[in-house]
Design a protein around this ligand. Structure first.
Ligand SMILES: Cc1cc2nc3c(=O)[nH]c(=O)nc-3n(C[C@H](O)[C@H](O)[C@H](O)COP(=O)(O)OP(=O)(O)OC[C@H]3O[C@@H](n4cnc5c(N)ncnc54)[C@H](O)[C@@H]3O)c2cc1C
Length: 362
């Protein structure tokens, strides 16, 4: 069986790895001339967002058959709103992963587990030509372009990210997050450390153009009183969307190209790796790809309910939210149980909306 994969990202490489397990050696076409990400940064995986997956590293090994070593564990979460701060510590809240070109970066870790996959670098193939030439094509190029062209993509939330490498003194286990309408509208800023003196800082502002981002960035530095030494900066377009269907004929979509980016906090790694593996299983075993994706789609639909509610909050409500997550009972529920708080919060929000709609109508 001949399978072409477009994109040597986390989805494409995970798909190749799973195919190899079934004895198929795919061909991967990668635009760049290396495995990795252009911009070095740190990504996070938070247990609370991953549920029902309890531990993402164990999940990668058991379900995705990949051995992944995170950079660090997340043991401290610091949340800032305009005038409040809540610190949650002494727990296992998730993991940090290195992105970029280093040997221990996520893509290179997955790539190192491939044995026979051919990777063609500097290649931007035409997916239609590949679909005619190969038995199956997996679109895993990290972009919505092809799914948009095929009419399968609906936008959910878009905007721009300004990322930076910063230097100061950091706790390698601490993730810091800021929410404040003055500098991120209803987006967010978060900091994830590389090590004790270097960190990755990302500001996401929804519904803005790239050239507006420096204004928000300067506001953030001023209002949040940030004095880190900024070593380098970069800009990335961010778009979260829903894809339906996830397969057209012999073309499958995986990763960001298939709507893997979560509409709430922009997390997409776990979804992308899972999608890559599920495409391979679906092709080889003939199983229904949509059925395999169901848990991911339900999780992201729940996150979208939370996103819609979050979009309506004022700065005063951001303060209340940040205080609330530090209250003992709520903190315990969110961080120290395996209860799927995302799913149940979304259900409550939907119910509240329905009741509000009912009241308006009566
Ligand atoms: C700055 C930033 C921070 C993030 N933080 C987090 C986080 O904290 N937690 C989290 O879970 N997720 C995070 N994400 C999202 C996560 O990284 C993505 O969801 C995930 O990497 C998507 O995987 P992918 O394989 O679909 O795409 P990618 O990993 O982007 O890989 C796509 C590959 O396709 C290649 N390509 C592109 N076009 C073509 C083409 N035409 N032909 C051939 N190859 C092509 C690209 O060069 C790339 O190698 C972040 C993303 C960014 C950009």
């Amino acid at each position: 069986m001949r399978i072409a994969i477009i994109g040597a990202g986390v989805a494409g490489l995970s798909c190749a790895h799973e195919l190899e397990r079934y004895g198929i050696n795919p061909v991967v076409f990668e635009d760049l001339d290396f495995i990795g990400d252009r911009e070095p940064h740190i990504t996070a995986s938070l247990n609370v967002a991953d549920r029902p997956v309890a531990d993402v590293i164990a999940y990668y090994e058991k379900v995705c058959h990949l051995r992944i070593t995170p950079l660090n564990t997340v043991k401290k979460l610091t949340h800032y709103s305009p005038s409040k701060r809540t610190v949650i510590e002494n727990g296992n809240f998730g993991y940090f992963f290195k992105r970029g070109k280093d040997e221990d970066s996520l893509k290179r870790q997955i790539h190192a587990q491939l044995a026979n996959t051919q990777i063609i670098f500097g290649a931007k193939p035409d997916y239609k030509a590949l679909a005619a030439e190969y038995d199956f094509v997996v679109v895993a190029d990290g972009r919505p372009d092809i799914t948009k062209e095929l009419g399968c993509w609906t936008d959910l939330i878009g905007g721009w990210v300004k990322g930076a490498i910063v230097e100061d003194a950091f706790n390698i286990h601490e993730l810091i997050m800021w929410i404040d309408r003055r500098y991120n509208k209803n987006g967010y800023v978060y900091l994830c450390p590389f090590d004790t003196h270097k960190a990755s800082l990302l500001l996401f502002v929804p519904s803005v153009q790239c050239n507006e981002l420096n204004y928000y960035w300067d506001q953030f530095l001023k209002i949040a009183n940030i004095n880190y030494r900024i070593v380098e900066t970069f800009f990335v377009h961010h778009l979260s969307g829903v894809v339906q269907p996830h397969r057209m004929g012999n073309i499958f979509f995986a990763g960001n190209a298939a709507g893997a980016i979560s509409p709430f906090l922009g997390f997409g790694q776990l979804n992308s790796i899972s999608m890559g593996v599920f495409v391979a299983q679906s092709i080889i075993e003939g199983s229904d790809y949509e059925a395999l994706l169901k848990p991911i789609l339900e999780k992201e639909a729940a996150f979208y309910e939370i996103r819609k509610a979050f979009n309506t909050l004022s700065n005063r409500e951001f303060d209340r939210l940040v205080c609330a997550i530090g209250l003992p009972g709520i903190k315990q529920l969110i961080y120290n149980t395996n209860i799927n708080v995302v799913k149940y919060s979304a259900k409550l929000l939907k119910l509240a909306n329905a009741l509000r709609g009912g009241k308006k109508g009566s």
